[in-house]
Write a protein that binds this ligand. Structure first.
Ligand code: FNR
Length: 340
């Protein structure tokens, strides 16, 4: 059933990142030239507690828990480029979640690389690398029943042969592409990424391989192209280099962090992103400047208004908030009239 409309070749992709990959960062990355943007990993159990809601006020589709908290927010503008990444260990559960989101996203990705204890204990993430039967079940169930491309993101297995074997397995399940983070489960971000192994795999399998893990050596567009050619992949996926400065996706060169923060804040305000999540994302952008006076002022902020003020955006926040209040009143009137 799976249809492969998303082009996984020659793409530069925003990697899935917990807390970072919320709507403002995805929209910003698309503006700067990313071809595909992954959302943060969301766990199947949590998604199954959510209801799909059309948010007329913001122009978004929200997946909301009973207590009102938004677990996943997306919008029409990214619908053809956003990939929903799921943490799962169960075919039936993953299908339920895929069905919940399939009309609002461009593709579904299964996380098979997360080495964190929470994932491994739950049989998710990198735990799946040693469970071929489960992987086959999950992927074939999704590929056969979901109307969007299905992919997975993996880490390296202990040997090249095992990694190749695993990639042949996922390929035979009908996935549209596989993203490979070139480190093993026990290797940390400071360890060198095994570009040579990614290259060998890309050479041996026929579905597109998306190279990942190169951020420590990527700070310009030329570095992105070097990573692409070193790994022999047509597509590359960036996590940390994009979280530090999303303008890494620009063909015309990277922008100063203050410009990126202002552009980020605009989306955070437009999409009513929470203060906590916005602060976390901006903190990663500021990472090298956290010890400067701007960094200290930033750390002291206690609200979205405080943050906006630091980048001369308080007027923008005020205008958007006022316009939203007005629209809320009009929508309430409209709904009351249609119910009368
Ligand atoms: C990650 N990574 C990650 N991977 C994944 O499959 N799902 C996720 O939700 C996350 N979350 C996440 C959060 C943060 C803050 C970081 C830094 C990383 C791993 C990430 O996608 C990528 O595989 C690695 O960071 C290696 O790529 P880079 O950083 O070298 O481009």
């Amino acid at each position: 059933m799976s249809n492969n409309t998303l082009n996984y070749r020659n793409a530069v992709i925003l990697a899935p990142m917990v807390r970072i990959g919320t709507l403002p960062m995805r929209m910003l990355s698309l503006d700067y030239g990313a071809d595909i943007v992954y959302g943060e990993e969301l766990i199947d159990h949590k998604m199954l507690q959510c209801t799909r809601t059309v948010n007329e006020l913001l122009g978004t589709i929200d997946f909301v828990q009973e207590d009102g908290s938004v677990v996943f927010r997306t919008c029409e503008k990214e619908a053809n480029q956003v990939v929903f990444q799921m943490g799962t260990s169960d075919a039936a559960r993953s299908l339920k979640v895929a069905k919940l989101v399939e009309n609002d996203v461009a593709a579904i990705d299964i996380n098979m690389g997360c080495p964190k204890e929470f994932s491994i204990k739950g049989g998710m993430g990198a735990a799946l690398l040693s469970q071929p039967d489960k992987v086959r079940q999950i992927l074939t169930t999704l590929v056969e029943n979901v109307r969007k491309p299905v992919t997975c993101k993996i880490r390296l297995c202990p040997t090249l042969e095992e990694t190749l074997h695993f990639c042949h397995l996922v390929e035979s399940c009908g996935v549209a592409a596989v993203a490979i983070h070139g480190r093993r489960k026990e290797e940390r971000p400071r360890h060198a990424n095994h570009n040579d192994i990614i290259r060998e795999i890309a050479h041996q399998i026929s579905i597109p391989v998306i190279a990942n893990g190169g951020s420590m050596d990527i700070s310009s567009n030329a570095d992105v192209e070097r990573f692409r050619s070193e790994t022999g992949c047509s597509s590359v996926m960036l996590a940390r280099s994009a979280q530090w400065n999303a303008s890494i996706f620009r063909k015309d060169g990277i922008l100063p962090t203050n410009d990126v923060i202002r552009a980020y804040l605009k989306y955070a305000v437009d999409y009513d992103n929470t203060y906590e999540n916005s602060k976390y994302c901006i903190q990663q952008i500021l990472h090298e400047q956290l010890q400067t006076s701007l960094g200290f002022s930033f750390k002291a902020t206690k609200s979205m208004a405080d943050i906006c003020q630091l980048w001369d955006m308080e007027g923008y926040l005020r205008d958007v908030t006022a316009a939203r209040k007005q629209m809320e009143t009009s929508l309430k009137r409209l709904h009351a009239a249609s119910e009368a």
